[in-house]
Design a protein around this ligand. Sequence first.
Ligand SMILES: [Zn+2]
Length: 106
Amino acid sequence: MPDKDKKARRKDILHGLRNEERQKTRDGFPASAVALKGLFSFLDEALQTQDCDDTLRLTRDFIVRNVLKGDEMVEWLEDNGGYCDCEVLDNVEQIVSDAVPDYENL
Ligand SMILES: [Zn+2]
């Protein structure tokens, strides 16, 4: 079944590329995946009781409280579409969860 072999090989290649992409994304993280997940949980909770004020105010609070690398974090969040607290939650969490195996169970 040469066709099936070809398909399987193609799938392997695609799978490998996908893993490389995910690895590259993870290499670019400015903090551990656990710390990033902590940030998203914190924002999720905080934004239930207060509105986003179109800044990274809550994100910056979290960065300071957890002694993360502030400038690097903010630059990376903005590069990934997070220009304010609600955007960090809406845009960046998906990117992290896609790149981290077993993200749900971190
Ligand atoms: Zn916002």
